[in-house]
Each structure stands twice: as structure tokens, then as C-alpha cells.
Write a protein that binds this ligand. Structure first.
Ligand code: GLU
Length: 447
């Protein structure tokens, strides 16, 4: 990491001191602050109004007990979180993550990232994030339902289509959103479609929302490659993860002519030299909720237990699993194997060491804030449809997603140029995301 601007150094020190044991939050703040030096120098009004110090403190943090009864009749207690980080540009917006690793620090890092990502979309969205340390793995449908109902029984009082609008994230997909929306509707006696996004198509959901994050990351990668004189067609792609984001990234990359040779899960990875079989992958992972060794068994692909999917040579990498999944060492291996581009489908999957390796080697690097914004973009399109009681076709919605990803890409490029960092998508995304929020904060006064 580079040195911080003297105005920003004490802010990072304060964030670190006031939020102990939240390393991912510190990392996310550091990553943004280290790119804001030129902005602070050029626009002293931001420092005068303490915009950055205010932005680093969430507007509201909610932590609650989630008691529920498992299938054996045993009472379980989990912890629920919602961090309402910034409502400067619109209602708090961001997903819910159900995973045993979820802690306040995780939710704060994700919520902080979400402020800038949502701002970068140009849409009227604030930033927030939530979730629980609940582990859905191995739980029955009935257990998932009871957990979601208990979670929403507490969370509902904080939500509203103009207040806070959650969506899914890791461990929260269509099934969970159904149970959450059903419970919200029951408690409030309101059919308030715009209070959650990622809903099912028969009850207020939007076409393309399921596919949006993965598709969007590939649209971004394609435009970034073209901008640098390459194209996605014919590239050898490795995708990490095999959840919703990863699978739809595989699908769009294949549709645009790339050869996707590997995906992973927490047990290992599969390599399919001729290209993955998307049909079998969807069947195993989405319909059957099975593991990747089952994919290998059905297709004859090679399954590697443990290990790192980043050992598989690729020219384009799409990390779509989770935070800090690419170490500096892994990044060095990837560069040695001829990597030309990375587009982050997950939130902060590259460690700071990995980002330094990519930048040093001249690899095109699209940070999650820009590359994975397609999910929240399509959530915003879902909110638009709900507000107008309309529903759009797949083609129209997909075209809106693709256009918006192109605009985000071009905004990153133009902002990086303006701040003398041509080709630096981290600088472009952070500064463009920040300035929109900062200008609105100044307009609102000290609140
Ligand atoms: N969880 C997704 C993200 O990281 C989607 C958020 C949303 O649609 O609100 O951006």
C-alpha cells in the first residue's frame, strides 16, 4: 500500500482505533483513502466539511438476536446485522449475507464498499449491508424458512422502500428472499414490493436480476479488454466460486466466445480444458445444491480437492467467490501464466498484495466496486419497475444493464484520466464514486 495523504492518515488511524478487530473494514477504508489524496488536494471543501471522516462512520448499526428452532427441536441463536452506512443518495441499499464468517467487521466492509459502488452506478441508491453468522449449509428448507422468518421479525422495523432495501448476497438467493418477503408482508400487512430486490418473477422480481452480477462483470471485462485493444472472444478464463455470480459469469463469458476452463467451491476446483458444461454446472449447483466433485463425476472433468483455482493458467480471471481469495503469491503465479485482465465479481476478492502485483505487471484490473455493480444496478431497475407497477422484458432489462455497465466503465476511465492515472480503474472507481456522495453531503450540511 502507498502512503496516505497527510489529511487522510489521521482518519485511517481513527477508523482503525475506533473499530478494533475489524481488519476487513480497515482494509476497505484504506483502499479507498489511498486513492483520494488528489481529490482532497484539488477540492479542499471536502476536508473542510469532514466529508471523509463522516463517511467512515455508519449512519446506523443494528445488531440483533435471531432465535429459531431447528428440525430436532433444538433452539439455535444467531446474530443478525444491518449496517445502514449512507443514505445520502437514496435509501440504504445492499445485500444480506448468511455465512458463518459474518461479523460486524465483515458487514461494515461490505457496506462501505457499497456506498461507492452504488454511487458509481449513477442511480438513486444509498449504501448498506446486512446478514448473519447463520450457516445455511446442510439446513433443511423448513429450517431456512424459520431462520428467515425470525431474522425478518426483527429487521422489518428498520426497512421500507424509501428507507432501507436489502437484496441477496452469499447464502441469500431466491428461496431466502421469498421467505423474507413473505414475513415482511405478513407483519406489515403491506404488499410493499420495493422493500426487497431479487424477488421471484411471479411476485415483483425483475428479469435478469439473478444473472445480473455475473453478466455485468463480464460486460465490464469485455469493454475493458476492448478499450485496451483486446477482446474477450477466445480468451482462456478462470472463474472462482460456483454460486450465483460465478455461474452467470461463466454463462456470459461463454456466450461472448471465451473458453471458461475452471470454477471452484470451498472444497476444491474443477478443470475442464475444452470448456465447462454450463447445463451440468447449473443442474448440480443451482438445482441440486451439490458440490463440484459431483460435476466432475458427471462430466469427466478433473476435480482437485483443496488447492487454489488460481494455479490454473488463464488470460482472464473472474474472482467470484469471496473477499481476500487471491493472495499476493497467487497473483504472481497468475501473472507468470500470462494473465492480462481481472474483473472482480465478488467484493474485495483480491488482497492488497495481489492488487499491487496486478498493477505492477500492467494487468487490467477492474475492482469489484465497478465490475460487480451489475447486481445492484439491476436491483435499482427492479425498484423502478415496482414503483411504476410495471415489468420489463428480459431483452430490455439486459440492454439497460449492459448500457449501465458501459457507462460505469467509461466513467472510471474518464475519472482516472482526469486525475492523471490513465488506465487505473481503482482510482477511477473510488474517485467517481466518492465525489458524487461528497457533493451531496456538502449540499445537505452537517447531518
Ligand atoms: N449483494 C450485491 C452486491 O454486493 C447486491 C446488492 C443489491 O442488489 O442491493 O452488490
Amino acid at each position: 500500500m502507498t502512503d496516505l495523504h497527510p489529511e487522510l492518515e489521521p482518519i485511517l488511524a481513527e477508523v482503525t482505533h475506533r473499530n478494533p478487530a475489524e481488519p476487513e473494514f480497515h482494509q476497505a477504508v484504506h483502499e479507498v483513502l489511498e486513492t483520494l489524496g488528489p481529490v482532497v488536494s484539488k477540492h479542499p471543501q471536502y476536508a473542510d466539511a469532514e466529508v471523509i471522516r463522516r463517511l467512515c462512520e455508519p449512519e446506523r448499526q443494528i445488531i440483533f438476536r435471531v432465535p429459531w428452532v431447528d428440525d430436532a427441536g433444538q433452539i439455535q441463536v444467531n446474530r443478525g446485522f444491518r449496517v445502514e452506512f449512507s443514505s445520502v443518495l437514496g435509501p440504504y441499499k445492499g445485500g444480506l449475507r448468511f455465512h458463518p464468517s459474518v461479523s460486524l467487521g465483515t458487514v461494515k466492509f461490505l457496506g462501505f464498499e457499497q456506498i461507492f459502488k452504488n454511487s458509481l452506478t449513477g442511480m438513486p441508491l444509498g449504501g448498506g449491508k446486512g446478514g448473519s453468522d447463520f450457516n445455511p449449509r446442510g439446513r433443511s428448507d423448513a429450517e431456512i424458512m424459520r431462520f428467515c422468518q425470525s431474522f425478518m421479525t426483527e429487521l422489518h422495523r428498520h426497512l421500507g422502500e424509501y428507507t432501507d432495501v436489502p437484496a441477496g448476497d452469499i447464502g441469500v438467493g431466491g428461496r431466502e428472499l421469498g421467505y423474507l418477503f413473505g414475513q415482511y408482508k405478513r407483519i406489515t400487512n403491506r404488499y410493499e414490493s420495493g422493500v426487497l430486490t431479487g424477488k421471484g418473477l411471479t411476485w415483483g422480481g425483475s428479469q435478469v436480476r439473478t444473472e445480473a452480477t455475473g453478466f455485468g462483470a463480464v460486460y465490464f471485462a469485455d469493454r475493458m479488454l476492448r478499450n485496451a485493444g483486446h477482446e474477450l472472444e477466445g480468451q482462456r478464463v478462470v472463474v472462482s466460486g460456483s454460486g450465483n455470480v460465478a455461474i452467470h459469469a461463466v454463462q456470459k463469458a461463454q456466450e461472448l466466445g471465451a473458453v471458461v476452463v475452471a470454477v471452484s467451491d470451498s472444497d476444491g476446483y474443477v478443470v475442464h480444458e475444452d470448456g465447462l458444461d454450463l447445463g451440468v454446472l447449473k443442474e448440480v449447483k443451482i438445482i441440486e445444491r451439490e458440490r463440484l466433485d459431483e460435476y466432475a463425476r458427471r462430466t469427466g472433468a478433473q476435480h482437485v480437492s483443496g488447492g487454489s483455482v488460481w494455479d490454473v493458467p488463464a488470460t482472464v480471471a473472474l474472482p467470484c467467490a469471496t473477499q481476500n481469495e487471491i493472495s499476493g503469491t497467487a497473483a504472481a503465479t497468475m501473472v507468470r501464466h500470462g494473465l492480462i485482465a481481472v474483473a472482480e465479481g465478488a467484493n474485495m476478492p483480491s488482497t492488497p498484495e495481489a492488487v499491487a502485483v496486478f498493477r505492477g505487471a500492467g494487468v487490467l484490473f477492474a475492482p469489484g466496486k465497478a465490475a460487480n455493480a451489475g447486481g445492484v444496478v439491476t436491483s435499482s431497475l427492479e425498484m423502478q419497475q415496482n414503483a411504476s407497477r410495471d415489468s420489463w422484458t428480459f431483452e430490455h432489462t439486459d440492454a439497460r444493464l449492459r448500457e449501465t455497465m458501459a457507462t460505469i466503465h467509461d466513467t472510471c476511465v474518464a475519472t482516472a484520466d482526469e486525475y492523471d492515472a490513465p488506465g487505473d480503474y481503482v482510482v477511477g472507481a473510488n474517485i467517481a464514486g466518492f465525489t458524487r456522495v461528497a457533493d451531496a453531503m456538502i449540499a445537505f450540511g452537517v447531518i
